[in-house]
Design a protein around this ligand. Structure first.
Ligand code: AMP
Length: 414
């Protein structure tokens, strides 16, 4: 089954076509046909597309919105010009899997999209006003292009966290705010945390029940997840992705009274402060330079800039605090796992986060840590009581697999 996986942002669309089915899932033989990304939708869009291991191609086209982008993409992939000979027409796409950011309390697992599910995703717009509308646009556009008979499946960023208990998901605010407005922790990056947990137990030959780990998704967005007996029992992101770790442009945890202080002192409304905390803070805000960790590390090496150093130090210190918090929440763990652009590729950040954790039984292997960049494996010493792994995430693969499982009526295993 050729599954088109779509991950839509406000002005971007990431996509992959993955050939998979129940047999291939069992044998780990999923076949990635092509992948790519469209940026600057709404103007002169840039389309990057890679067919198997061939060099990536870059195209440009004037694409006014997400539906026009999807139509363009499908037409291009199916054309002779693309050279993708597995896809000769849109009928060679057999199913579509969507990353949907917010599933609220309703969606506890991936769901085949019908009118009712679409209505459920619409009901969550309040909780993710910047994300869910784009997902809906993408779903309706795919329906137009492929017709109602091509199954579509929604895979929710929040679903993996539905096992978090009340004491961890409720905020200590008047309870009626939860009843009236569903004010609570939902958590995000669920597909990524779930995927690396699955890879961790595959690497160690463990069962889901034996999976007791703390996972760190460190990318432009960052979150940590406490996974006990295979289930998420706590996570650092909250009702929105703003809470928790320091991120590229988001502040992460702060004293909520600061919102009022900044508002009064700077003459800003609450929603303007919220935007500042989401888009002008984090690594960018502290360094005053960039939200990009790779650039910050290069800058630190070259100029030893004080604010750049501070940005990196704050980022790592705050991540380290979550190891302590989640070790306590879980009554101990067996391993920590790093993923995401920074977690997969930056030995320096991993070393800073793990520094001084020997008291908890965590001993990083400096050589292995340096070596493992963009590849999966152990980065602690083998006799470390608390192991550490780097595991590249693959949300698209999990979305394709869930799409197949949902269509075939097989419950997903984690
Ligand atoms: P993501 O959102 O998962 O794509 O991650 C993006 C982040 O990963 C950016 O801050 C990048 O600078 C960072 N990143 C990617 N490669 C490296 C690297 N080799 N060293 C440090 N950071 C990196």
């Amino acid at each position: 089954m050729n599954v088109l996986v779509l991950n839509s942002g406000s002005s971007s669309l990431k996509f992959q076509v993955i050939a998979t089915d129940l047999e291939r899932i069992k044998q780990y033989q999923d076949d990635r046909i092509c992948r790519g990304e469209v940026e600057d939708i709404g103007g002169e869009a840039i389309i990057r597309i890679q067919y198997r291991a061939e060099p990536s191609r870059t195209l440009t086209a004037s694409l006014r919105d997400l539906p026009a982008t999807l139509e363009y993409l499908v037409r291009y992939i199916a054309s002779d010009q693309s050279g993708i000979h597995e896809i000769k027409s849109s009928t060679d796409i057999h199913a579509v899997g969507h990353r949907v950011v917010h599933g609220g309390e309703q969606f506890k697992e991936s769901a085949r999209i019908d009118d009712q599910v679409l209505k459920g995703i619409e009901d969550c717009i309040d909780l993710a006003p910047l994300h869910n509308p784009n997902n809906i646009k993408c779903i309706t556009a795919a329906r137009e292009i492929f017709g109602k008979d091509v199954p579509q499946v929604a895979v929710f960023d929040t679903a993996f966290h539905h096992t978090i208990p009340e004491q961890a998901y409720l905020y200590a605010v008047p309870y009626h705010l939860y009843r009236r407005h569903r004010v609570r922790r939902y958590g995000f990056h669920g597909t990524s945390h779930r995927y690396v947990a699955f890879r961790y137990r595959a690497l160690r030959g463990l069962t889901r029940q034996q999976t007791n780990i703390i996972t760190f998704h460190l990318g432009n967005g960052c979150s940590a997840c406490a996974i006990k007996a295979g289930s998420s029992i706590d996570t650092s992101m909250g009702m929105t992705p703003l809470e928790g770790l320091v991120m590229g442009t988001r502040s992460g945890d702060l004293d909520p009274a600061i919102v009022g202080v900044i508002g009064r002192k700077e003459g800003m409304s609450a929603s303007e402060v919220e935007t500042l905390l989401n888009t002008q803070s984090g690594l960018l805000g502290v360094s005053g330079l960039t939200n990009d960790m790779r650039e910050l590390q290069a800058e630190l090496k070259e100029h030893d800039d004080r604010r750049v150093r501070l940005a990196i130090e704050i980022f790592c210190y705050r991540a380290k605090k979550y190891i302590g918090a989640f070790l306590a929440a879980m009554n101990g763990a067996d391993a920590i796992v790093f993923t995401g652009g920074i977690g997969e590729n930056s030995p320096d950040v991993r070393a800073r986060i793990c520094q001084g954790m020997e008291w908890a039984g965590l001993r990083l292997d400096a050589a292995k840590n340096q070596e493992l960049i963009g590849r999966e494996g152990l980065i602690s010493t083998a006799d470390s009581k608390l192991l550490a792994y780097a595991i590249p995430t693959d949300e698209e693969l999990l979305i394709a697999r869930d799409t197949v499982r949902v269509i075939e009526g097989v419950p997903h295993p984690s």
